[in-house]
Design a protein. Structure first.
Length: 115
């Protein structure tokens, strides 16, 4: 079993920054990719950013140039640096990991962008 523990959400003013972290633990042989998804009220969950074991990244168009995903392979941890936050970034952010060909989700962390 694999657990994903997220941290770093909160309330921030428009234009501000937050950094999310997600640490994977448990029975892990290999992590193929890790990423972040988000779900706003009344909307479907969608990809924000992802990074493969080889370091290839993928971003949603809405966050390109503002968000940066990175990964510490030794710690099985993925980070999401979010800059220039907008009210439309408000959502629950979920960590996602493809571990040994199974997909796991974190419990979610709330990000609220409001003045």
């Amino acid at each position: 079993q694999v657990q994903l523990v997220e941290s770093g959400g909160g309330l921030v003013q428009p234009g501000g920054s937050l950094r999310l972290s997600c640490a994977a633990s448990g029975r892990i042989f290999s992590i193929y990719s890790m990423g972040w998804y988000r779900q706003a009220p009344g909307k479907q969950r969608g990809l924000v950013a992802a990074i493969t074991s080889g370091g290839i990244t993928n971003y949603a168009d809405s966050v390109k140039g503002r968000f940066t995903i990175s990964r510490d392979k030794a710690k099985n941890t993925v980070y999401l640096q979010m800059n220039s936050l907008k009210p439309e970034d408000t959502a629950v952010y979920y960590c996602n990991a493809n571990v040994d060909l199974s997909v796991y989700w974190g419990q979610g962390t709330q990000v609220t962008v409001s003045s």
